[in-house]
Design a protein around this ligand. Structure first.
Ligand code: G6P
Length: 368
């Protein structure tokens, strides 16, 4: 069927605005509202018994996997390795039999991810893929599939596939944590309730579109370089923000772990390098806030994405701060993905680039 832009100027905008819906669809396939529990589809191996997980993907999907690593280690208390498929496939990774390898891919056709899957199958791993294209090669060759229900994604830069990948990983985390006895029923109910709130909170985030557009135009469009900072599960979001901006606006951007700033990027800070900070009020907020202070003290122009409490705590600093809805820190990465997409989108539109078909990039990279 022909897919239209639904009144939006670009597929990317349409796909950003579809997120409350597709996040809800993906979650509803696994969430039981009466019991407030998550149920995964039946798997052909004993998930509870896997001693170790390896997350493998490319591009934006790899950053979903990086968030998954933070979640699975913290909540399910299982060791997690993470790698880019293009590195993994050539580094002769050592894998004990019976581990779980998780492949994340929108298209299910990315050549490096597929090669990594074949390597893991040959090395005694249970292979689980999180894919948006259920008929794809990666889906067919995996032992099990957890689908993202994002629907067709046309814009080359991934948006709704990313947030639905995060939803699946969050469900996997809760289900595995429960099986391993790492969380009690009360915690399971709290985390899954936090997930069910995401579609409504995501819709509220989309209401900030005008404000984000204004920041994109005044701060990012004129910049040559942009720095994104985050800590903990917000670090992959900083990487994703920078990746999105590079891909579609062609502005050089780097994502950095906030605590690593003083080991390099702080040397770049001046009034010409905007700094975008992802800082929900979580246990790491104060650490990130002190990095923000260091940037402001050096004349850096900062925009912080946080929540009402975080914005209040930063009020003495001269910066732009956007108060997103307050959510459980567990689900913050899903919600904070949206404003970084909007920021990149509006910057690219303002620069007049081909947002849905950026130069030199392909939607699915099926050759090395
Ligand atoms: C390309 C796309 C990205 C995507 C990456 C991985 O580079 O432009 O948006 O994140 O491939 O694709 P996959 O289909 O495996 O998720």
């Amino acid at each position: 069927a022909m897919i239209g832009k639904g009144g939006h100027r670009h597929f990317m905008a349409k796909e950003i605005f579809e997120q409350p819906q597709v996040i809800g669809d993906t979650l509803n396939a696994m969430f039981n509202p009466a019991a407030r529990t998550i149920t995964l589809p039946a798997l052909p191996f004993d998930l509870a018994a896997v001693p170790r997980i390896t997350m493998i993907a490319c591009g934006t999907a790899s950053l979903a996997g990086m968030v998954g690593r933070y979640w699975l280690e913290r909540v399910a208390r299982v060791p997690v390795d993470w790698d880019l498929a293009s590195e993994f496939r050539y580094r002769a990774p050592v894998m004990a039999d019976g581990g779980l390898a998780v492949f994340i891919s929108q298209s299910g056709e990315t050549a490096d991810t597929l090669a990594a899957l074949r390597y893991c199958k040959a090395h005694g791993q249970h292979c689980l893929s999180i894919v948006n294209a259920p008929e794809s090669t990666i889906a067919r060759e995996s032992h099990a599939v957890l689908p993202t229900l994002a629907g067709p994604e046309i814009g080359v830069a991934s948006t709704k596939a990313f947030t639905t990948q995060l939803v699946v990983l969050a469900c996997l985390t809760i289900a595995l944590a429960k099986m391993r006895g790492a969380i009690d029923h009360e915690t399971e109910a709290r985390l899954s309730s936090a997930l069910t709130e995401v579609p409504a909170r995501a819709a509220e985030v989309l209401n900030h579109d005008e404000r984000i557009r204004a920041i994109a135009q005044s701060m990012l469009t004129p910049a040559r370089d942009v720095l994104y900072l985050g800590r903990g599960s917000s670090y992959p979001l900083a990487l994703e923000g920078a990746l999105k901006l590079k891909e579609i606006s062609y502005i050089h951007a780097e994502g950095y772990a906030a605590g690593e700033m003083k080991h390099g990027p702080i040397a770049l800070i001046d009034e010409s390098v905007p700094v975008v900070v992802i800082a929900p009020s979580d246990p790491l907020f104060d650490k990130t806030a002190s990095n923000v202070q260091e940037v402001v003290a050096r004349g850096g122009k900062v925009v912080v994405f946080s929540d009402p409490e975080g914005v209040a705590r930063l009020r003495d600093l001269a910066l732009d701060a956007i108060a997103l809805p307050a959510v459980d820190p567990f689900v913050a990465p899903i919600l904070y993905a949206i404003p970084v997409q909007q920021l990149a989108y509006h910057t690219a539109v303002d620069k007049g680039t081909d947002v849905d078909q950026p130069r030199n990039l392909a939607k699915a990279v099926t050759v090395e």
